[in-house]
Each structure stands twice: as C-alpha cells, then as structure tokens.
Design a binder for this molecule. Structure first.
Ligand code: DOR
Length: 437
C-alpha cells in the first residue's frame, strides 16, 4: 500500500527514459516499476507526462530578512513550486547578511514555517568570519559557504587573495564563488557613467570574470579546496574551468543561455541587468557547447528580484538581478523542445548535478530509497510566460510574452503535492536538505 502512486508516466530514471510507475511511501520513493495492480491511498494518472527527479535550484535570493518588499521565503518558494522546483538553496546577501550561526538558524526556522519546498542556505564569507567557517559549514540547513570575490548586490565581499585563502583554508566542503575581479570593477566603473545599461557587459567585461576565475583556480590548487563557480558567463573562463575539473565545478544560468546582448538591453533596459552580465552571442554559443559537452555541472536561476521602481533607477544606480526560479524549468524545457539539449542532460543539470556538487543526501535521483521529490512535466504543452503567471513578489519576469513548449504540471516534495495544474496545493512544510560532511 503506497501513500501515492504516480501511474502511466514516462520516468527519467538513472537508466534513461522508462514507462514505469512510481510508488511513494513515508515521503520516499518506495518502488519504481510496473505497479499498476498496487494499492495506494492516492493515484495520479501521469499518462502523457514525463516524471523527472525533483528539480533543484541551487542559487536563489529570497531577500528575507530585510528586503521582504521584494520577496520572502514563502513567496520565493511558492514561485519555485509553481515552476516545478522541489529544492532551493538561498544566498546570504540578506539584511542582515547570513554570516553567523545565529542568522543561519533564523533562516532555517523561518523556512520550516513558511517554505513550500525543501531548502538549504549558504553562509556568507567575510574577512571577519573567515577562520570560523569550517566549524559552521556543517550546521543544519547549511548548503555551504558563499564567497563574493567581486561586489554585487549588498555588502558581502572577500576580494583580497590573502582573505580568500583564509576562507579556502577553513573547512572542507565546496565553496561557492561569485567570480568577478573587484579591482577591475572599481577601476572601470567611472568609464561608462551616463552611457546606459547597454554598457553593463563592457564595465563588467570578460577580463573581469577571467581574472577572478584564474586566481580562484590557483588558490584552489594551492589549498586543495574544492570550489564551485556560480553563474559562469564567458568563453574565456571555460578552458580554465576544464583544466581544473578535478577540484572545480560550475553553474550556468538559463538567462545567459536565453537572452543575448545587445538585443536584451535594447528591449528590456535595466530589467536585463544582472551580475555577471548577459553577454553577446559568442559567449552564449560557448556556454551552450559547455552544456552539451558535459562540462557544466549545474543550472541555477540566480533568482534575484528587485521591484520595477528600483529597476527604474538610471544605470548604474539600478540594482542588478532578475527573478528566475519559476522560469528556470519552462525555459529549459523549451530549449529541449528546440533541440539544444536532451531531456536527460537537463535532468543531469537540475537533479543529479546539484546532488553531486553539494553532497545532498537522499535527493537528485528518481530511484528507490531517495526522497519522494518529483517534477511532472508536459513536454508538448504550449504556453506563454507572463508577468501575471510569475508569482515572485517583484511582479515581473524578463521573459514576459515568450511562448514556450514544455511546462511543469505538478511538483511533489517528499511524497506530497505542493503544486498541481498550476496552483499551489497543501501547505508549506519544507525541511532542510541533509548534506554529506
Ligand atoms: O545580478 C545579481 N543580483 N547578481 C548577484 O550576484 C546578486 C544578485 C542580487 O542579490 O540582487
């Protein structure tokens, strides 16, 4: 007797696509196979649908505490559930910063009460807490350490190699890095004042990313510490990342695979402004090659909402970032439909990849014994992404009006539906992800 039986769908299992049923009990996957005669408290007919292991978004900014006019853990995780995401990791540049055990515990407690899908939180590295991070990185709900090597939204910054080395020397888990060179950012900011958001990728240029990533690779080799480079955007970083594959993993964002400069800045103005920036077609083609070759480890949305009023400031005073947790999967399913990657490769990037990179326990695989986290999608559904559909508190999406083929129709977290047919169901009852130490 299962609690829930997902019957008749096409499952993406570790062995590939299979026409099998999934039986869930006590929050976990109990059986995968021909279960049509099995008994269950609830049966879901998944005929015509694909059943994926739950989608993990390992880079979100949900703004709580301190900026809850843009988002909070409840609204951000609801947006995640509506987009087919079963687990999120959240970033430490809140107000106050998540840079101590107390701040981390506050977020974990708040997410237990208000989040719709399972979660982990990054602890922010600072010059002050660098030596304590090794002790803190194994606290409950901690997804790892995040180090801003170049400044972005907020005040977190560890830009000097001597302090970066301290961060890498304290602890054992993979350190997630925002890789832009702070000295170059500072030196060049004034060059473009008054010239408009189209110059965002000129200011924060390829050299800015390459300089920082090259230096991080060196530090990783010196210290033997594993790193994860967030939102990689340039062709120039890819050979460096490939050379250091034993120690270093990395992420790309759907935005960088979908939007292209200069068109995005002409169409969207500062709504297209994020760090690192959306770049031209040459960089985008290199990122796609890296997706297809297997070099890229994970996709992350870098969901970073700001209100339209905030975004209306004149560049460069306008804040960087755009929402994305709800559009990650629809955009990528559309790329699958258009033949840019296979569904299996997408699952590798959104489930198996995050589990491997961050050492998640019991997640990332549609197989017996794993958590009952499933994302059900209709690969043939034709829909249009709209501001109205996007449930982030910021109230907009850069993809408004984009027609896509492929859509999430249900989200299951530890055996319970949290989204069905585009609506939230049940209530928030999320748990912190467990990690290997
Ligand atoms: O564009 C960005 N926005 N990049 C970041 O690194 C931070 C984020 C934010 O928090 O707004």
């Amino acid at each position: 007797m299962f609690d829930l039986l997902i019957r008749g769908g096409t499952c993406v299992t570790p062995s590939g696509r299979a026409q099998v049923d999934v039986g869930l009990s006590d929050g976990r996957i109990a059986a995968v196979g021909a279960l049509s005669v099995a008994d269950a408290r609830e049966v879901f007919d998944a005929s015509g649908l694909h059943v994926l292991p739950g989608v993990v978004d390992p880079q979100c900014h949900f703004r709580e505490p301190g900026m809850t006019h843009k988002e909070d853990l409840g609204s951000g995780s609801a947006s995640a559930a509506l987009g087919g995401v079963t687990t999120f990791f959240e970033m430490p540049n809140t107000q106050p910063n998540t840079d101590s055990p107390e701040q981390l515990a506050w977020k974990v407690a708040r997410a237990r009460e208000t989040a719709w899908v399972d979660f982990g939180f990054f602890l922010g590295a600072t010059n002050e807490n660098a030596d304590a991070l090794g002790e803190w990185e194994t606290l409950e709900g901690c997804a790892g350490i995040k180090m801003f090597c170049g400044s972005s939204t907020g005040t977190l910054l560890v830009d000097k190699p001597e302090h970066q080395r301290r961060v890498l020397s304290s602890g054992r888990r993979r350190v997630a890095c925002h890789s832009e060179d702070e000295a170059r950012l500072k030196a060049r900011k004034g060059l473009f004042a008054g010239r408009g958001v189209g110059f965002h990728p000129e200011w924060r240029d390829e050299d800015c990313a390459v300089l920082s990533t090259r230096s991080l690779m060196q530090l990783s080799r010196e210290t033997g510490r594993r790193l994860h480079v967030l939102h990689v955007t340039t062709a120039g970083e890819l050979p460096l990342l490939a050379e250091n594959k034993a120690l270093v993993t990395f992420e790309v964002c759907p935005q960088h695979l979908t939007l292209t400069a200069p068109d995005c800045y002409e169409r969207l103005g500062t709504l297209a402004q994020m760090n690192p920036p959306i770049r031209d077609a040459r960089h985008q083609a290199a990122l796609w090659d890296a997706v297809r070759s297997g070099l890229v480890d994970v996709l992350g949305s870098d969901h970073a909402p700001h209100t339209l009023e905030e975004k209306a400031k004149e560049w460069p005073a306008s804040p960087s970032g755009m929402p994305g947790v709800q559009t990650l999967l629809p955009l990528m399913l559309n790329h699958v439909h258009e033949g840019r990657l296979t569904l299996e490769r997408l699952v590798d990037l959104t489930s198996a990849g995050p589990a491997r990179v961050f050492g998640m326990l019991g997640k990332g695989r549609l197989a017996p014994g794993y958590d009952g986290d499933l994302t059900l999608v209709d690969l043939a559904a034709k829909k249009t992404i709209t501001h109205d559909w996007s449930k982030s508190k910021c109230g907009w999406t850069p993809f408004d009006g984009l027609p896509v083929t492929g859509w999430p129709v249900a989200t299951v977290v530890r055996g319970r539906f949290v989204m069905r047919d585009g609506a939230l169901v049940g209530r928030p009852s999320a748990q912190p992800v467990r990690f290997a130490r």
